[in-house]
Design a binder for this molecule. Sequence first.
Ligand code: DC
Length: 221
Amino acid sequence: MGAFIIAVDGPAAAGKGTLARRLATELHLAHLDTGALYRATARDVLAAGLDPADAAGAAELAGKLDPASLADPGLRGEEIGRVASIVSVHPAVRTALLDYQRNFAYHPPNEAKGAVLDGRDIGTVICPEATVKLFVTASLEARAGRRLRELETSGAPADAAAVLADLQARDERDSKRSAAPLKVATDAVLLDTSGLDADEAFGAAMSIVRARTRSFGSSQA
Ligand code: DC
């Protein structure tokens, strides 16, 4: 296979998206936010008036996703995130989204020499042979604080206790589900960003990528 792939996994609001985008820009790699696939499925489930617990209905919509709709800013909302966490529990939904993710990783668009994928199961299920695996995490309090600031900046209503409770519920669902739960791949490097700002987290991630690619004998990063 030989593709250059960076897997960035971790819980909600750990800063993986920002980090993955910056790594991709710096290293001239394509970037896929895999959470957007589950969020878009959630959006389509809600729009169709389906119950998010309906696995077959959600999987059918996941199989028909239009990749062009992944840039929809409406996907970032809290309610969509909550429903995404519910539909992502269904194995049939995960299967429906698998080929798109693998194809992106191994055949990145725009002739990029590789790809950065961020999500929950990239290093464990989607690309177990990724060149570099980062598990980006932060304490619940640090993640809730960041999410709260994001909501405040965007002008959305923000309630500290509700944000904390929502993150806790999502952590629980994402890590306790039986299909591709959130867990640290055995060969992943843990990056705790609790005490780091975005620049420091990026610097730490670049050091890990450089060290890993040196040890693989690659000259690509
Ligand atoms: O990273 P995010 O908040 O955009 O993800 C939304 C939900 O999608 C998350 O709660 C669980 C699910 N998800 C997943 O199950 N697997 C992934 N690779 C990415 C996201």
